[in-house]
Ligand binder design. Structure first.
Ligand code: NAI
Length: 331
């Protein structure tokens, strides 16, 4: 039995977390959940958006599944997501973007994986005001962080039979910072001669992803571009309700859906549980429980392919509860 921290999260988080728990129980997945709170729920229950008990739980278990957390825009407490990534040095954000059966999308055969550097770049949180009418944010790129995310991307490519890694950048403008990211990626690429390496400027990549996304295999990006192309990728395969993510470091990992708290549908039993469930399946892979992960993915795919018991974001009219029961029925 693996002990795993479960942070249900805010907004739709508790609903989709309950769905994952129900599917895991039905699949007899060997996971014992330890529930902990963060974000608005942390503030409401413990008076702290990131309570010490939550940090202790993740530190002890080394593996967590996290629902979406409310982040106030332009004010308020610092993003808990960013804080967690930095606290546990979860430098590798891994986001598979894969076409799913039965899901309405313009594209049918996308299978790409995004490796996003997770600890620095403009998200390092180094911002300050300069007088009343100006503000500066500092973009931090180091060789060490760039090399380790490149290493993670190439190691994954080698292990999973992927043929090509494409580094994403804007080094034509940011010659020093993005230039250093590219230089580090090239050094790592030289160690993997069997894997094709190329580079693409981020704005061109956005156009290419919309025109011919199937041409890409593994994308390697610094933090900000990686964040943006991840949502673009989610849109290519049917939306935010379908895309999982992992934040991985040397000593642990936090799995989460790419989407946010969806305040517009929270509490309505209308949220799509697929993204958090696919994230939970990645967690099982990470724990070495690949067979159970595969059974859960197959059950979800069967429900999506039939298209009867799916939530409104996928064009259906099922509730979260009904979709979850349908997935359990396929196990
Ligand atoms: P959002 O992802 O919450 O919502 C965007 C749109 O997608 C909404 O129309 C929503 O209903 C829909 N949507 C998202 N997930 C869905 C699901 N599972 N099923 C069906 N529809 C779904 O993004 P938004 O509105 O920009 O952010 C809301 C809050 O979430 C903010 O406080 C933001 O900071 C936070 N957030 C948290 C994240 C995290 O904890 N990882 C990631 C992104 C945003």
């Amino acid at each position: 039995m693996h002990k795993v921290t479960l942070i249900p999260g805010d907004g739709i988080g508790p609903e989709i977390s309950a769905a994952v728990r129900a599917v895991f129980a039905a699949a007899a997945a060997p996971v014992a959940w330890e529930v902990a709170y963060a974000g608005q729920a942390g503030l409401d229950r413990c008076g702290d958006p990131l309570p010490a008990a939550t940090l202790d739980s993740i530190r002890a278990n080394k593996v967590a599944l996290k629902g979406p957390l409310t982040t106030q825009v332009g004010a308020g407490y610092r993003s808990i997501n960013v804080t967690l990534r930095q606290a546990f040095d979860l430098y590798c954000n891994l986001r598979p973007v894969k076409s799913l059966p039965g899901v309405r999308s313009r594209y049918g055969n996308i299978d790409l994986v995004i490796f996003r550097e997770n600890t620095e770049d403009l998200y390092a949180g180094v911002e300050h005001r300069v007088g009343r009418d100006a503000a500066e944010a500092i973009k931090i790129i180091t060789r060490e962080a760039s090399a380790r995310i490149a290493q993670a991307a190439f190691a994954y490519a080698a292990q999973h039979g992927r043929k090509r890694v494409t580094a994403v950048h804007k080094a034509n403008i940011m010659k020093l910072s993005d230039g250093l990211f590219l230089a580090a990626a090239r050094e790592v690429a030289a160690l993997y001669p069997a894997i094709r390496f190329d580079e693409v400027i981020v704005d061109n990549l956005c156009m290419q992803l919309v025109l011919r996304p199937e041409q890409y295999d593994v994308l390697l990006a610094p933090n900000l571009y990686g964040d943006i192309i991840s949502d673009l990728g989610a849109g290519l395969v049917g939306g935010l309700g379908l895309v999982p993510a992992a934040n991985i470091g040397e000593g642990g990992a936090i799995f989460e859906a790419v989407h946010g708290t969806a305040p517009d549908i929270a509490g309505q039993d209308a949220a799509n549980p697929a993204a958090l469930l696919l994230s939970a399946a990645m967690l099982l892979d990470y724990l070495g429980e690949a067979a159970t992960a595969q059974r859960i993915r197959a059950a979800l795919e069967a429900v999506l392919a039939e298209g009867r018991a799916v939530t409104p974001d996928l064009g259906g009219s099922a509730t979260t509860t009904a979709m979850t029961q349908a997935i359990i029925g396929k196990l």
